[in-house]
Design a protein around this ligand. Structure first.
Ligand code: 5AD
Ligand code: SF4
Length: 435
């Protein structure tokens, strides 16, 4: 049997797209391998959100190229956000590539592969979104975990944050039809999935383009599918997160007490330059509302440090927010100019060394806050969905998205159990099984 290997960079959307491509390749009679050297098809699913991932892709390709020494007929393909944005450039830098396709052409993988196998260069990077991308729905996803599943509900993003490449790599917002989503939820549940993780670059905007359904209604509809035990979603935009959504989150038993709500910066001046569409005060009001309706909610966020024009005083506003909100987790990044975005034209006024220092200080501060948050779990009883067995222990997540390690039999896999937390670590919890 022919084998495939997929390397994925970037966000959960990319992970989900890779799972779809694995589904397509399986459908075509290929089987997965964890060793790229024996693969007949290698796919590199790329990210373009910052410069670093760009470079990682090129070095990965340099390695994968060697597959052709042993197997000259092996096909190497690149897809995802970098391919969408700079596919032709990639072809020049890596002329041995056989396939290059964009983020909205995944459903054409069978035809592209066919072309490549004939020895032709298979390239498909469309600026316009292919109406038939929904054909993807007919393929199953190949998941790593049996009990949790990603499910894309909206593709693209209509926001125009000035630093962000995503609207250019993933196009405008396209919500999937509610009926199609619910059918997939049912299939997943029938396949043993307990936790559904709804995905979208801007998931809280779900339904706006359809006109007859809102995100909070989607939450209720998914919860009503029998067998759904937990629901998560990412990523929400503070501007679209309204009281209706927060009320639904509080009201629906399966929606987990956890939210990733990117703030990006604390300073109103920088938020304006980023065109985020909210002020610090407005953002904090949403956090307050979340905490009011869902008192035990865990929160995480994304932060960009060193946006063009960010002064030390602006940076201190970000620090202030971190101290005030006390996020469970913060993903922080140094600003990286993306060619073609408005911010790439803005002047960088600060010294790169100073920006690195700001980022490091922020990471240090957050480390303490995250640890403090974990310590608060000691001696508490929490529900865990047992996801896998690792090094002789069971591992699962709390509703608040904390990893818990504990002893137990593998018959508990896929079950919701109660544990008591005995020890908090920086990035995980240890516990004992109660029931
Ligand atoms: N530079 C640095 N970080 C960025 N992000 C998006 N674009 C950039 C950029 N140009 C970060 C944001 C976003 C996360 C996925 O990546 O914080 O929420
Ligand atoms: Fe990277 Fe953004 Fe594309 Fe996800 S959508 S892979 S974060 S560029």
């Amino acid at each position: 049997m022919k084998k495939f290997y997929i390397k994925t960079f970037g966000c959960q959307m990319n992970v989900n797209d890779s799972q779809k491509m694995a589904g397509i390749l399986k459908h075509l009679g290929y089987e997965p391998t964890t060793n790229w050297e024996e693969a007949d098809v290698i796919l590199v699913n790329t990210c373009s959100v910052r410069e670093k991932p760009d470079q990682k892709v090129l070095s990965a390709l340099g390695e994968f190229k060697k597959v052709k020494k042993k197997n000259p007929n092996a096909v190497i393909g690149v897809c995802g956000c970098l391919a969408q944005r700079a596919g032709y450039e990639l072809l020049q830098k890596a002329p041995y590539l056989d396939m290059v396709f964009g983020t909205t052409n995944i459903h054409h993988l069978p035809q592209l592969l066919d072309e490549a196998l004939k020895g032709n260069k298979a390239v498909e990077i469309l600026e316009e979104i292919d109406e038939r991308e929904t054909e993807l729905d007919k393929y199953p996803t190949v998941r790593e975990n049996k009990y949790t599943a990603y499910l894309t509900v909206i593709r693209g993003c209509d926001k125009k944050c000035t630093y962000c490449i995503v609207p250019y790599t993933r196009g405008k917002e396209r919500s999937r039809r509610l009926g199609d989503i619910l059918r997939e939820v049912k299939e997943l549940v029938d396949d043993g999935v307990k936790e559904i993780h709804l995905l979208g670059q801007n998931v809280t905007a779900y339904g706006k383009d359809l006109g007859d359904v809102k995100f909070w209604e989607l939450l209720y509809a998914v919860a009503n599918v029998e067998g759904v035990e937990r629901i998560r979603f990412t990523t929400g935009h503070p501007r679209d997160l309204d009281e209706d959504i927060i009320k639904a989150m509080a009201d629906i038993p399966q929606v987990c007490e956890y939210l990733h709500l990117p703030i990006q910066a604390g300073s109103d001046r920088i938020l304006k330059a980023m065109d985020r569409g909210y002020t610090q005060k407005e953002y904090l009001e949403k956090i307050e509302l979340l905490k009011k309706y869902i008192p035990n909610i865990a929160l995480s966020t994304d932060i960009i440090v060193g946006f063009p024009g960010e002064t030390y005083e602006d940076y201190l506003e970000t620090i202030k927010v971190l101290k005030e909100v006390e996020y469970d987790q913060v993903f922080s990044f140094k600003y990286s100019p993306r060619p073609g975005t408005p911010a790439a034209e803005m002047e960088q006024t600060e010294d790169p060394k100073e920006i690195s220092k700001r980022l490091n200080d922020l990471i240090q501060l957050q480390k303490e806050i995250s640890f403090k948050k974990n310590l608060a779990y000691e001696n508490k009883e929490v529900e865990v969905l047992v996801e896998e067995e690792k090094d002789g222990k069971l591992v699962g997540r709390t509703r608040t998205n904390k990893l818990v390690y504990f002893e137990g039999r593998n018959t508990l896999l896929g079950k919701l159990v109660l544990t008591r937390i005995t020890k908090a670590n920086r990035y995980s919890l240890e516990g004992v099984l109660i029931k």
